[in-house]
Design a protein around this ligand. Structure first.
Ligand SMILES: Cc1cc2nc3c(=O)[nH]c(=O)nc-3n(C[C@H](O)[C@H](O)[C@H](O)COP(=O)(O)O)c2cc1C
Length: 327
C-alpha cells in the first residue's frame, strides 16, 4: 500500500513524531488501532552522543512496536556522523531527518525548520545520513519559514536529490507553529514536483479531514499527530471512511475509559508507577475531551500520583457521564 524503498507498509496511515508524546506506550496503543508506522520522539544528534540513560530508554522498542521510525535532529556534520555510528546498535525500520521543528531553542542553533533557509545544506546533511544509514532515509519539512518564503518545493527537490526515499511535509510555515490552517495547495505542489512518496501532515483531526488531505493534495500517505491525542480510534475511523465511506460512531465513555486504563498500564510498565502516572496526567485531559462536567475531575487528574487514584477518577468520570446521558 505504501513503499518507502525496502520498507513495505500495509497501509499509508502513520503516527507523526511528537516530542514528549510518541513514547513506546503511545506507539504500541496506536498500532493496535490501525496505525501502520509510528515514530519515536525526535532525538538530537548531539545528545545521542552522550548515551544518556534517558535517550537509551527513549529508544527502547519491542516486537509490538513495528514498523518503527526514528527521527534525528541536527545541523553539524560531526555530531550527525557520530549519531549515525551510535544508531547502528539500534533496531528501527526508517530514519527521518527533521527540517521542520519550529521551537526557538532548535532553530536558533540552525537545526529543524531553519534548514529550510539553507536547502543546499539540507541536501549535504541528508547525503551524509544516507551514506551512513542501513535503513531508508526520509526527511520532514514545513511549507517554508514564513508566509513570504514558502519554499517547500525547492527544499523538497534538494532533499529528493540527496537520495531520500520519501518526504514528510507539515503544511504550515515555521512562523505559524501549530496554529492557523494547513496549506493544502503547497503540499500538492510538492507532491506534483517529486517522484518519491509524499506523506502529508497537518490538521488530520478526523476521518473527514484525512480524506480531504488525500483528495486535495494527492499525497501518498498521511501522518496523524494531535488527532491521535486521547484518540487512537482515529486510525480505525480513517480506514473505514476511506475504504467504505462509513463513519464509525464515536466510542462509548466506557470504551474510552477502558482504553485509557490500558494506555495507563502500558505507561506504568514502561516507566514504573511513580513516573508513569505523572507522565500520564496530560493524557487524562485528552481522553476526557467532550465529557460533561469534567472540570473538577480534570483538576484532580492534574495531581494524581497513583494508579489507584486514576482508577477511582475513571469511575467518577463514568458515573457523571452515564448519569448525564440517562437524564
Ligand atoms: C506536542 C507536539 C510535539 C511535536 N513533536 C514533533 C517532533 O518531535 N518531530 C516532528 O517532526 N514533528 C513534531 N510535531 C509536529 C507533528 O508531527 C505534526 O507534523 C504537526 O503537529 C501537524 O499535525 P497536526 O496539525 O495534525 O497536529 C509535534 C507536534 C506536537 C503537537
Amino acid at each position: 500500500m505504501l513503499k518507502i524503498d525496502t520498507l513495505k507498509l500495509s497501509s499509508n496511515l502513520i503516527l507523526s513524531p511528537m516530542a514528549g508524546i510518541t513514547d513506546l506506550p503511545f506507539r504500541t496503543l496506536n498500532h493496535t488501532f490501525g496505525c501502520e508506522l509510528a515514530f519515536v520522539e525526535m532525538i538530537n544528534a548531539r545528545s545521542l552522543g552522550h548515551k544518556s540513560k534517558k535517550t537509551q530508554h527513549m529508544l527502547s522498542t519491542n516486537l509490538k512496536d513495528k514498523p518503527l521510525g526514528l527521527q534525528l535532529l541536527g545541523c553539524e556534520p560531526k555530531f550527525i556522523q557520530r549519531a549515525m555510528d551510535i544508531l547502528q546498535e539500534y533496531e528501527f525500520d526508517v530514519l527521518d531527518f527533521n527540517a521542520a521543528c519550529p521551537a526557538k531553542k532548535v532553530t536558533r542553533r540552525g537545526e529543524g525548520a531553519s534548514l529550510l533557509k539553507e536547502p543546499k545544506k539540507l541536501n549535504q546533511l541528508l547525503k551524509l545520513i544516507i551514506k551512513n544509514s542501513k535503513v531508508p532515509v526520509t526527511a520532514k519539512i514545513r511549507a517554508g519559514w514564513d508566509k513570504d518564503s514558502l519554499n517547500a518545493k525547492e527544499a523538497a527537490l534538494y532533499a529528493q536529490d540527496a537520495g531520500i526515499k520519501a518526504l514528510f511535509i507539515h503544511g504550515r510555515s515555521k512562523t505559524q507553529g501549530y496554529s492557523g490552517s494547513v496549506d493544502y495547495k503547497i503540499i500538492k505542489s510538492v507532491k506534483d514536483a517529486l517522484t518519491i512518496p509524499v506523506i502529508a501532515s497537518g490538521d488530520i483531526l478526523s476521518a473527514q479531514l484525512a480524506k480531504r488531505m488525500f483528495d486535495e493534495t494527492g499525497c501518498d500517505g498521511i501522518a496523524v499527530a494531535r488527532g491521535a491525542l486521547g484518540n487512537p480510534w482515529i486510525f480505525r475511523e480513517i480506514q473505514e471512511f476511506i475504504k467504505n465511506g462509513k463513519i464509525i460512531p464515536r466510542p462509548s465513555p466506557q470504551e474510552i475509559m477502558r482504553t485509557m486504563l490500558k494506555h495507563l498500564d502500558l505507561c506504568i510498565d514502561f516507566y514504573g508507577e511513580k513516573v508513569g502516572v505523572v507522565i500520564f496526567r496530560k493524557f487524562i485531559a485528552w481522553y476526557t475531551k467532550g465529557f460533561r462536567k469534567i472540570r473538577p475531575l480534570r483538576e484532580k487528574a492534574s495531581r494524581v500520583k497513583t494508579k489507584e487514584e486514576i482508577l477511582t477518577l475513571s469511575e467518577e468520570f463514568l458515573s457523571v457521564n452515564t448519569r448525564e446521558k440517562e437524564n
